[in-house]
Design a protein around this ligand. Sequence first.
Ligand SMILES: [Zn+2]
Length: 86
Amino acid sequence: MNDFKARPYEPLEKDHPLVGDLCKLCNQPLLIGQRPSLVIDVDKYLNPDMLEEKEKMLANKVHNAQAAVVHWTCILLYDLPRQKEI
Ligand SMILES: [Zn+2]
């Protein structure tokens, strides 16, 4: 988890299912033309169903990653770990 790096995805087209979803960082909707990205969603590991995955994550073992969608611009704004621009 600690070496997770966010990357930008292609700008959202009008029929993309993520359009209108809320960004986990700024709580604003993702709009057409914006680039989405993903971050680890730590909150999801609080779910009792995720305890086993959380243990694996903490032990640095392979685990199911729980991700949340965010704006790529929010990744930059919050200066989160990210891959180099492509
Ligand atoms: Zn955002």
